[in-house]
Design a protein around this ligand. Structure first.
Ligand SMILES: [Zn+2]
Length: 579
């Protein structure tokens, strides 16, 4: 397979040669298909398009996966004024070659629409290096190596300074406790979250600073775990409880937030992401950080923002954010969490995690807030890991839609690790979008049988069932809640459904490559009401596209999973990667 891509701008002559245009009579205004024999060579090589008609850029000699309705393939793409001007064969596009047209020879490489990540914590990816310490595999693989890594950080920080980080222990459900963290860093407050972001552990210094004692009650929807003696064990489940601890941690400064967003852009552009939906923008300052950067012209990937409502009081933020919109930033809607990760999945049946019957919102309260947000006309997303969480969110959506029918609200359910088959029918009937992360199976799948029971495995992330029943499915990274931010890993996860220990969960639910690609492009656009402007390569849409290093249809699953860079990423016809 060729690894070479000619980036040099071809001369018009080289292009005409490469594209076989020498056989066309377009230069002489004779119309496509007329043979060279009828015109002179000079005429054929002359610039053919007027400046008004000429493309700014033509990518030619490639394999273009358009992801249009018919999944048709083409050879070349013409771009003008940031939009796709035409798609077709090299010959088809020859009439668009003008004096200043930039020609890019794809050398048979594959082009697809730019990836749209419909669920990513974009700024948190950057915070992982600016604010949080990553304690991740392969360095950290168990409690002992986590302790060692924390002790290393402690050695380089003045006593009393906070150590905050993310950890992932892939092979089992080992939870560090406060005493184990004390042993690593007795003189620093320590707060480490599981990479999934919905539970974490604090050491004694942090617990003391937060004033949390044996007498501190659990907040609604959260657990401050107590050990046998009744003392806080250090583990906090769900944001509601984590907030009780985190309120005393140093705040993330505005400068850090904006830097995190800026740092994440090249990382995502490098793997072909051209748009993202930050599904969990938690504060007014976080909203403003994105919007200020957009106003300063510093964003070059398209962002859609969803404001998170964690507590009932957060409803006040709905009137405090700026409903700003430009080419690179828009407010898409609102986000709720109705449960946590697998240990606190809100389910119809008991499971073996920490808690199975605890929604993070009081259900009536949740429904009334959903009702009022539905009336704003924007979208609502709800994080649902357990099947009861999904059903509660559907109840709330249905009630709001019945009370105030409006066309095509496209409310969404995020993650959907466990759902009922009845939920599939309701999602279809209500037009609710399934926004899933099938590569969760790789990271956490080996724990599902233990947690939910073997008999529930056929209800895990039922992508095939949703597609077969006409539910719109989009897939996204949810990074950095998993250690993979690249769409290729999400797609490979959905195509293989392999766990870390190489088991397959729900082989009958696997996606094909084309289905996975659609779910990460056109369906991700649909999931934010943007399918008319992006998500497929069709004339009139934004020229957001990716040139792959290798033909993805020929990659084995492991190779696709490991694909973290692409040859080129374009947003609005501009090359954003390589920078
Ligand atoms: Zn998330």
């Amino acid at each position: 397979m060729s690894r070479k891509l000619t980036f040099g701008k071809l001369s018009r002559r080289q292009f005409l040669k490469a594209s076989g245009i020498g056989l066309l009579g377009v230069a002489a205004g004779c119309g496509q298909g007329k043979l060279l024999s009828s015109i002179s060579t000079t005429e054929a090589l002359a610039p053919v398009a007027s400046p008004e008609l000429a493309a700014d850029t033509i990518l030619l000699n490639g394999k273009v996966l358009t992801v249009d309705k018919a999944n048709s393939e083409a050879q070349a793409v013409a771009i003008k004024d940031g939009l796709i001007q035409a798609i077709g064969s090299d010959r088809d596009l020859a009439p668009l070659v003008g004096e200043k047209t930039q020609m890019i020879d794809l050398d048979k490489k594959v082009v697809s629409p730019g990836f749209i990540d419909p669920h990513v914590h974009f700024r948190v990816i950057g915070l992982d290096y600016l604010y949080f310490q990553p304690f991740l595999p392969p360095n950290v693989k168990d409690v002992a190596s986590l302790q060692a890594a924390i002790a290393d950080v402690a050695a380089s920080k003045p006593q009393g300074e906070w150590i905050q980080g993310y950890f992932l222990i892939l092979t089992d459900n080992m939870f560090p406790n406060r005493y184990e963290l004390d042993a690593a860093a007795p003189n620093h407050p320590v707060w480490v979250m599981h990479i999934g972001g919905h539970w974490g552990c604090a050491n004694s210094a942090a617990i003391k600073l937060a004033g949390i004692t044996a007498a501190t009650p659990n907040p609604v929807g959260g657990i401050i775990e107590k050990d046998k003696s009744g003392e806080p064990s250090g583990i906090f489940y769900n944001h509601r409880a984590m907030d009780v601890l985190r309120r005393v941690a140093p705040p993330i400064t505005y400068e850090t937030l904006t830097q995190a967003i800026l740092n994440t852009q090249p990382v995502m552009a490098a793997c072909g992401v051209t748009s993202y939906q930050d599904n969990n923008v938690r504060g007014l300052d976080q909203f403003q950080a994105y919007q200020d950067l957009a106003k300063q012209g510093k964003l070059y990937l398209h962002s859609s923002l969803f404001l998170t409502l964690e507590w009932p009081e957060d409803i006040e933020k709905v009137d405090q954010i700026e409903y700003y919109q430009d080419d690179f930033s828009r407010v898409a809607g609102y986000k709720f969490l109705i449960d946590g990760q697998v240990p606190t999945a809100y389910c119809h049946q008991p499971h073996n995690g920490t808690s199975w019957d605890m929604p993070t919102w009081d259900p009536d309260n949740f429904k009334s807030v959903v009702r009022s947000l539905h009336d704003t006309g924007l979208q609502i997303c709800t994080h649902c890991v357990g099947d009861a969480a999904a059903d509660l969110a559907l109840d709330a959506y249905e009630a709001a839609m019945n009370a105030n029918p409006r066309s095509d609200p496209r409310h969404r359910l995020e993650h959907l690790v466990l759902t009922t088959s009845a939920a599939t029918q309701r999602m279809r009937d209500l037009g609710v979008i399934a926004s899933a992360n099938p590569h969760f199976i790789y990271v956490a799948g080996d724990s599902y049988a233990n947690n939910f029971g073997e008999n529930m495995l056929d209800r895990i992330i039922v992508t095939r069932e949703w597609l077969d029943n006409g539910v719109h499915l989009t897939i996204g990274s949810d990074a950095p809640s998993v250690p993979f931010h690249h769409p290729q890993a999400t797609m490979a996860g959905g195509m293989s459904r392999l766990t870390f220990n190489k088991n397959v969960i729900g082989a009958d639910q696997c996606l094909t490559f084309t289905e996975a690609l659609r779910a990460h492009t056109i369906e991700a656009a649909y999931a934010a009401h943007e399918e008319d402007i992006k998500g497929s390569l069709e004339p009139g849409k934004l020229a957001d596209l990716v040139v792959w290093n290798e033909d993805p249809s020929r990659l084995r699953i492991g190779e696709l999973f490991a694909t973290t860079t692409v040859t080129m990423t374009m947003v609005g016809g501009k090359i954003v990667h390589p920078a």
